[in-house]
Write a protein that binds this ligand. Structure first.
Ligand code: UDP
Ligand code: MN
Length: 219
């Protein structure tokens, strides 16, 4: 158990990773008994959109916590090897995840778990909404702080990654989206009009379970 002096909420973009969810929830429930866990569940079969789901989750919980862990469902924090003290800037935590050999996959990696306040999230208008499929939303998020001259922090943080297939390499449609995302990301600076302020979606059912809240969203 890790005690915190502030209210923490997990925002977890999610679809179709039930085995991971079944590990994620009890793990973080045990580590942070007072934290809230929000699973932002993308409905339908459109390409998964991690950045947009995080934006939607944030808009839903913004006033309900002091800081937010933008969390992948498949990375479990290792107690004693993570630092969840209150973030002074948007703070990358997942700098030593097992899926990357407990090191950074590349120097500007800014994904997996990012701890921040509403002010930090608002300062860059959240995530760019239009990177569906796979890739770029996290690099774009990182670059948003750099472009605005805002500080970021990075802490040592050890995480055990849960195994899953890497479907982007096998699915030509996903690969095409990835290439498209990559072109947009490389050729343009961040469009700061695109983000929390322009996020269009519809919330369906909200399930309040004992250990977590699941928000069904239609993009
Ligand atoms: N995710 C999900 N369903 C998907 C794809 C992604 O729930 O079909 C969420 C999940 O939280 C996952 C995160 O998005 O941990 C990042 O995706 P993924 O694990 O595929 O990316 P990786 O970083 O492992 O390449
Ligand atoms: Mn993963």
């Amino acid at each position: 158990m890790i005690s915190l002096e502030y209210k923490l909420a997990f925002i977890v973009p999610y679809r179709n990773r039930e085995a991971h969810l079944l590990e994620f929830v009890p793990h973080y429930r045990r580590l942070f008994p007072a934290a809230d866990i929000y699973i932002v569940h993308q409905m339908g079969n459109a390409p998964f959109n991690r950045g947009k789901l995080i934006n939607i989750g944030f808009l839903y919980v913004e006033d309900r916590a002091d800081a937010f862990d933008l969390s992948d469902v498949d990375m479990l924090a290792v107690e004693g090897h993570v630092d969840y003290s209150f973030p002074k800037a948007a703070t990358h935590l997942a700098s030593a995840a097992s899926q990357f050999g407990y090191t950074m996959p590349y120097p500007t990696y800014f994904s997996g778990h990012v701890l921040l306040t509403a002010e930090h999230m608002r300062s860059v208008n959240g995530f760019y909404n239009d990177y569906p499929g796979y890739g770029c939303e996290d690099d774009c998020f990182y670059r948003s702080f750099i472009e605005r001259g805002l500080p970021i922090d990075r802490r040592y943080g050890r995480y055990e990654s849960l195994p899953h297939e890497r479907i982007v390499d096998k699915d030509p449609a996903l690969m095409e989206l990835f290439n498209r995302n990559w072109d947009i990301f490389n050729l343009n600076p961040r469009d700061f009009c695109n983000g929390l302020s322009s996020c269009e979606y519809r919330i369906g059912q909200v399930h309040s379970f004992t250990d977590f809240t699941q928000i069904d969203v239609h993009l």
